[in-house]
Design a protein around this ligand. Structure first.
Ligand code: GRG
Length: 304
């Protein structure tokens, strides 16, 4: 009996399922974004569509998987996923502008202000932000007005002056500050700058399903921090071609990062701990959460 082949180890199965689930989520969110922007005309419309192409779609994936766990209809999940990717695309367009990070390359292609001009980039970013809320405000996203309002108000907080915008402002202030940020200050900054949108994406499925967003929020908070530490590691060790953007900027600017403060090995160990923590928070969902667990591992194993 002992020599009979047993069931396949679960990890092998998980490894096979996650890439397909991510590919499916990428296609679904792209279709929804395309449909949302199909009637837009002119240069700003073109720039919006351009900025919404490519990317890993991690935020969309988190929305779609969280929604699946709460029995939300796929069409509703896709709309929430499109909304967060529209906000994310707006933030990248504006972040790349000369008055911010001044980057010429994003997702392996010229940034919006390089392909068109700065005014088009500002307007395309602005319009992607409003598009996100237009999508969420539509009854097709959620039948109940209370649920739609909960989605909208939580995303305004995540993206606005207490969330992503605050994080970006703190990051820019750090560039000209006399003293480098401490580890706690960097964690706080990143929790706003990149963490807030990831946290929203993580919990959106539970909000859509009118369920307690607590466990998914805890999961996404740990995952968001691991994502940022991984980003700092990739900025040092990554391949610019695979990343599709300029690397080594933080080091060149003498900016404090998780890597500069912790060292590479400790930063990697901390990111791995956070992934473990993220997986633990998914216990209430049992084996249904295997894709989200795999996503947490992907966040620190990725090369782009
Ligand atoms: C302009 C208000 C405003 C905010 C910008 C998100 C952001 C704030 C700046 C982006 C700068 C940056 C490169 C941050 C590091 C983490 C990050 C958000 C990387 C890009 O996200 P990915 O890796 O990108 O998920 P893809 O292309 O896969 O969607």
């Amino acid at each position: 009996m002992e020599n009979l082949p047993g069931p396949r180890p679960r990890r092998t199965c998980e490894r096979n399922v996650f890439p397909q689930a991510l590919t499916d989520a990428q296609a679904r969110v792209q279709a929804c974004l395309d449909a949302s922007m199909k009637d837009l005309t002119g240069q700003v419309g073109d720039a919006m569509r351009y900025a919404c192409q490519g990317g890993k779609r991690l935020r969309a994936f988190l929305v779609i998987e969280g929604a699946r766990l709460h029995g939300v209809a796929p069409v509703q999940a896709d709309r929430a996923a499109a909304a967060i990717e529209a906000i994310h695309a707006y933030s990248l367009i504006h972040d790349d502008l000369p008055c911010m990070d001044d980057d010429a390359l994003r997702r392996g292609r010229p940034t919006v202000h390089i392909k068109w001009d700065e005014a088009t980039a500002v307007l395309a970013g602005d319009a992607l932000q409003t598009l996100a809320f237009e999508i969420l405000a539509d009854p097709a996203t959620a039948h109940s007005p209370e649920t739609r309002l909960a989605m909208i108000s939580s995303l305004t907080r995540a993206a606005g002056a207490q969330g992503m915008v605050l994080g970006q402002a703190l990051d820019m202030a750090a560039e000209t500050a006399d003293t480098a940020l401490t580890l706690d200050q960097i964690a706080q900054l990143q929790a706003c700058k990149t963490g807030a949108l990831i946290e929203w994406a993580g919990q959106a499925g539970a909000i859509l399903g009118d369920a307690d967003p607590g466990p998914l929020r805890q999961y996404a908070r740990a995952l968001g921090l691991a994502f940022q530490i991984a980003d700092d590691i990739l900025d040092v060790e990554g391949d610019a071609d695979k990343m599709g953007k300029r690397l080594g900027k933080d080091e060149a600017a003498g900016k404090a990062t998780f890597v500069s403060l912790l060292g590479l090995d400790t930063a990697k160990a901390r990111a791995a701990e956070l992934v473990q923590q993220a997986e633990t928070t998914l216990a209430p969902y049992g084996s249904e959460a295997q894709n989200l667990k795999a996503a947490a591992r992907f966040v620190i194993a990725r090369d782009s």
